[in-house]
Design a protein around this ligand. Structure first.
Ligand SMILES: C[S@@+](CC[C@H](N)C(=O)[O-])C[C@H]1O[C@@H](n2cnc3c(N)ncnc32)[C@H](O)[C@@H]1O
Length: 208
């Protein structure tokens, strides 16, 4: 390993060891510290109230799906989609595939079996190239597809939580979300690292 990589991975290891959310996640049995981002937002706004059908986009390694499965009631359906493999979660339907690909989208639609989605949660993030313009454009494309999916398959009055990176496209994405939802609130949960440009759009009450 060259010196620069060595330093970077040491910094990553140190950060993980000192990260209170990593420790909490390990103790609670969550697969990732990301669980606490969703839990914090849910504590504030009761995302899972009366929710039966959840779609979790970019779900691997699975902590948001773990939270979703523990929050939904009887007769529920939690479907997760990710490019990567994921270890099974009880009462969870996992689809391995690329959400930008029509085959995956059709698999997701088939799994819904005609049911409307009550809640969409998307923590999808593209693999970063380090080139700002490319990373922002790829991320914005994913957000647009999530909004498109919400427009077509989320029930009227349903909610959606989407990871969005701050950048050139941010205001346009908020505008698009506002054309579908009555209320769009920007959230930066404490568990989201301050140095990261990630934020979450909490999109509430889809229009008819
Ligand atoms: C930050 S991780 C999600 C962590 C997850 N919320 C959790 O709590 O465990 C982002 C995920 O988005 C997935 N992803 C990125 N682009 C995708 C795509 N086009 N289709 C499906 N998944 C994608 C990545 O493979 C990665 O696992």
């Amino acid at each position: 390993m060259d010196n620069k990589k060595n330093k970077t991975s040491k910094a990553w290891i140190n950060r993980q060891l000192n990260d209170v959310y990593v420790n909490m996640a390990q103790k609670a049995g969550y697969r990732s510290r990301a669980a606490y981002k969703l839990l914090e937002i849910d504590d504030e706004v009761n995302l899972f109230k009366n929710v039966q059908v959840v779609v979790d986009l970019g779900c691997s390694p699975g902590s948001w799906s773990q939270v979703a499965c523990s929050k939904v009631g009887a007769n529920s359906l939690v479907i997760g989609v990710d490019l990567l493999e994921m270890a099974q979660i009880i009462n969870h339907h996992f689809i391995q595939g690329d959400f930008t690909n029509e085959i995956t989208l059709n698999q997701l639609i088939d799994s819904l079996n005609g049911r409307d989605v009550d809640l969409i949660i998307s923590d999808m993030a593209p693999n970063l190239t380090g080139i700002k313009g490319i990373d922002q454009a790829r991320s914005a494309y994913l957000v647009e597809l999530v909004l498109d999916f919400a427009a077509n398959y989320l029930k009227v009055d349903g909610n959606c939580l989407i990871k969005v990176f701050q950048g050139n496209e941010f205001n346009n994405l908020v505008k698009q979300a506002k054309s579908i939802f009555r209320q769009v609130i920007i959230k930066k949960p404490k568990a989201s690292r301050s140095e990261s440009s990630e934020t979450y759009l909490l999109c509430k009450n889809k229009y008819i």
